[in-house]
Design a protein around this ligand. Structure first.
Ligand code: GDP
Ligand code: IMO
Ligand code: MG
Length: 439
């Protein structure tokens, strides 16, 4: 049974940690959308790895990793990440396959994004400035450059023409010094020489592997509320981070997804702008940020913090058909007297139990809280459910009840080992299932 790991909030839920935890039970880990806007942190003992474009499974020797057609690939960022990993003792070698259909991010995408954000002024989105949005714009606009296109080595072939056109568009949009398309064309040729060994048909590779009984883990980036269609538009990223993006972003059918695990923090965070109904502005927000070390893994920006929002996560359950949840960072709530849990929204005279599909309605929503007792003993580092303080168990039970799906994993620290696997839960059963193919 293949499993999908998907963010159930606004990103940074701890997907990297959970993917790393589950990787020993699969032979392939595949990313299906986003790009190096992602920052997936994996802590193993004293070592810390932050994966941006490469699937987090790359840390496990013998595991093969796929970057699907739905991902946007910045070759410079990819090479830099591979080099950083090598300095940390991780060799990518031939374990990587990049879809020949994935679109590339080139320097003009980053420049156009910076310009677009500046022009939006106080309507800016607060993007990561990685060129993600403009690359997806080119894809949909049918002027994008795909990984396979980089293999055109002629001086005046389709690649040269596409670069010339796209650089001219960039020069028209951005005043001042013009970019030279010939220089970029030369750079891109050098890129191909390094990239070619990893490029292939990812859909075919995955399909054959699954037919042979290999087990695949699908690693989502960003989160449900940052999805281009289902997120808090326009304050979203430019890809489908929800489960639908998995099939289109890898070229696999829906039956290849055995189960969908949603990842949610025991509270809520968001980087960048846009509505966040449970946001805490005062000292409590600062306290969560400091104790949870809520600073972006990609950009270092402070994350906005608030209480757990069951309306938002329930929506993620619906959009993704989540089978179960992994609740991360419960340890960050250690020592609080009370923990509010948002169960519905108030909008004018109405009480809303479903996440509004309209952004202006959401912006006018106030959270309705149920207040639970906190705990004075620590959950940090606890590895057995029985050893959790009773109030923490009550909090988790309440999250299950108001969110509507069982909790399969509770994470009590950033280390791989600081994890509670719920007995009889989705992951417990999944891990016990023999993979048809043994590594
Ligand atoms: P991702 O983008 O979903 O992979 O999440 P990030 O890596 O951006 O952010 C999650 C942060 O929380 C990382 O610094 C993790 O090391 C850390 N983390 C994950 N799980 C836990 C946990 O249970 N407790 C604590 N204290 N930190 C955690
Ligand atoms: P992971 O995979 C949190 C946010 C940005 C911004 C918006 C659009 O680590 O969970 P973009 O550069 O994608 O056009 O920015 O999306 N964002 C993330 N926030 N975690 C992420 O990834 C994010 N990737 C993008 O902050 O608000
Ligand atoms: Mg992150």
């Amino acid at each position: 049974m293949n499993i999908a790991v998907i963010g159930a909030q606004w990103g940074d839920e701890g997907k990297g940690k959970i993917v790393d935890l589950l990787t020993p039970h699969v032979s392939i880990v595949a990313r299906y959308q986003g790009g190096h806007n992602a920052g997936h942190t994996v802590n193993v003992g004293d070592a810390q790895f932050i994966l941006h474009l490469l699937p987090s499974g790359i840390l496990h020797p013998g595991v093969r990793c796929v970057i699907g057609n739905g991902v946007v690939v910045d070759p410079d960022a990819l090479f830099a990440e591979i080099e950083t990993l090598a300095t940390q003792g991780i060799e990518v070698g031939d374990r990587l396959l990049i879809s020949d259909k994935a679109h590339v991010i080139l320097p003009y995408h980053r420049e156009l994004e910076v310009l677009a954000e500046a022009r939006r002024g106080d309507r800016r989105i607060g993007t990561t400035s990685r060129g993600i949005g403009p690359s997806y714009e080119d894809k949909v606009g049918r002027r994008g450059i795909r990984v396979a296109d980089l293999g055109d080595t002629s001086d005046d072939g389709p690649l040269a023409a596409a670069i010339r056109e796209n650089v001219s568009a960039r020069n028209r949009a951005i005043g001042g010094a013009e970019a030279d398309w010939r220089a970029l064309h030369a750079d891109v040729r050098a890129v191909w020489a390094r990239l070619e060994r990893w490029v292939g048909d990812a859909s075919l590779f995955l399909t054959r592997a699954m037919e042979a009984g290999e087990r695949v883990l699908f690693e989502g980036a960003q989160g449900t509320l940052l999805d281009i269609d289902h997120g808090t538009y326009p304050f979203v990223s430019s890809s489908n981070s929800t489960v639908g993006g998995l099939c289109t972003g890898l070229g696999v059918g829906p039956r290849s997804i055995g189960a969908v695990l949603g990842i949610a923090k025991a509270y809520t965070t968001r980087v960048g702008r846009g509505p966040l109904p449970t946001e805490l502005h005062g000292t409590m927000g600062d306290q969560l940020r400091e104790s949870g070390r809520e600073y972006g893994a990609s950009t270092g920006r402070p994350r906005r913090c608030g209480w757990y929002d069951a309306v938002a996560v329930r929506y993620a359950v619906r959009i993704n058909g989540l089978d179960a949840l992994a609740i991360t960072k419960i340890d960050v709530l250690d020592g609080l007297d009370e923990i509010p849990l948002c169960t519905s929204y108030r909008h004018g005279d109405e009480v809303l139990t479903e996440f509004p599909s309209n952004g202006s309605t959401l912006a006018g929503c106030e959270p309705v809280y149920e207040v639970l007792a906190g705990w004075s003993s620590r959950t940090a580092g606890v590895r057995r459910y029985e050893d959790l303080p009773s109030q923490a168990k009550t909090y988790l039970k309440r999250i299950e009840a108001v969110t509507g799906v069982p909790i399969a994993i509770v994470s009590t620290g950033s280390d791989r080992a600081d994890t509670i696997l719920m007995t009889g839960g989705l992951i417990d059963r999944w891990q016990a299932e023999p993979a048809l193919f043994s590594e």
